[in-house]
Design a protein around this ligand. Structure first.
Ligand code: GLY
Length: 352
């Protein structure tokens, strides 16, 4: 078990990472006034554990599992229950679940009485390697992802691999989407992924890479908490196209769409002569190890209309972070028509 620290101008967040982290750190939270937020799937699996660690009388809000729950209605309902439960300024919100739980619970913690304590206990691979670290909190509105949110750092994150063993295969693929993204930004992680291509979904291997992924993200967030100097923006690799496809088609998991987005954006980087050769082939191979087949999409050009409204853009141009070479990425800014055309061509090639 190891600790990783995220230090920003205003707070220090400690991430307890590794086997035994839950056992060692969750019990200590009992001394505080707690409010648990979780989802229906996680609650079914772990309500017994939550009751035994935190006690049955600890107030808990259970959202329905799935991205659709990340909405303003649930956000207000959580705040309402916090108020009804008599939560005071010194209370602590415990986000126990995956990315959706972390995002909405984090935002509730940021808003309640202008901000109360927050502890993230991520139970999915995606939440452990990405969303629980770095303080992004949000809900979606009118089909726009993460449009209402704030940066709000958790005081502690407890990332314990014990929760990964109950994850369905799709959730593992979902987390691998963000792990491969980190691999394209960090040469050491990339090397590890390439060397272990045959055991990417193996739990022992995942336990090993969770630490290096959290460490990468913690370093980025420490240097650029609020995406002001461009470093944190690199974490959007694969996400411009991935988010748009997720909103349009929505059948796969977030991480799978990130991988598909990464594949499409890699082809755009090839067209621009930014990425190529053996490295581009290695990236494709890694993506295909997880996805088996990268899909084509009917009507994919509609993704451009969504991407233009993405909050990652600071103008009418669409910002796309693409892989460049080992450990390095680049930003391309595309106009809507060019982006549409590239997406259509890449999708047609996949069909052909
Ligand atoms: N998931 C990207 C970020 O936290 O910045």
């Amino acid at each position: 078990m190891q600790d990783i620290t995220v230090k920003t101008a205003t707070v220090q967040s400690v991430i307890h990472c590794g086997a035994g982290a839950f056992e060692s750190y969750a019990h200590r939270l009992k001394e505080r006034q707690l409010f648990i937020v979780t989802d229906s799937t996680v609650n079914k699996l772990y309500s017994h554990l939550l009751n035994s660690v935190f006690g049955e009388s600890t107030p808990k809000f259970v959202i329905a599992a799935g991205e659709k729950s990340k909405n303003t209605r649930n956000l207000l309902a959580i705040l309402q229950k916090m108020l009804e439960s008599g939560m005071h300024r010194n209370c602590c919100v415990v986000a126990f679940g995956g990315g959706v739980v972390g995002d909405i619970a984090g935002l509730a913690a940021a808003l309640y009485m202008r901000g109360v304590h927050l502890v993230q206990i991520p139970t999915t691979l995606l939440a452990q390697v990405d969303s629980s670290v770095g303080g992004k909190t949000a809900v979606d509105m009118d089909g726009v992802k993460n449009v209402i949110g704030t940066f709000y750092q958790p005081e502690e994150v407890i990332a314990d691999p014990r929760f990964l063993s109950t994850l369905p295969k799709r959730e593992i693929r979902c987390g691998l989407g963000e792990i491969i993204k980190h691999g394209l930004l960090n040469a050491e992680i990339f090397k590890k992924l390439k060397e272990n291509e045959k055991r990417l979904t193996n739990l022992e291997f995942l336990e090993e890479v969770v630490y290096s992924n959290i460490a990468h993200k913690a370093k980025v967030v420490t240097e650029d908490e609020k995406e002001t100097n461009g470093l944190r923006k690199t974490l959007n690799l694969g996400h411009t196209t991935g988010h748009a496809l997720e909103l349009l088609y929505g059948k796969l998991s977030h991480g799978e769409y990130v991988l598909i987005g990464t594949y499409y954006e890699l082809q755009i980087a090839r067209k621009y002569g930014i990425c190529g050769g053996q490295y581009a082939k290695d990236v494709e191979k890694l993506i295909c190890k997880v996805l088996k087949k990268v899909p084509s999409f009917d009507g994919i050009e509609r993704a451009a209309d969504l991407a233009v409204h993405d909050k990652k853009n600071d103008s009418e141009l669409i910002s796309v972070i693409v892989p460049k070479c080992e450990g390095e990425c680049a930003e391309i800014k595309l106009n809507k028509e060019d982006y549409k055309q590239y997406l259509r061509q890449i999708s047609d090639n996949l069909r052909g």
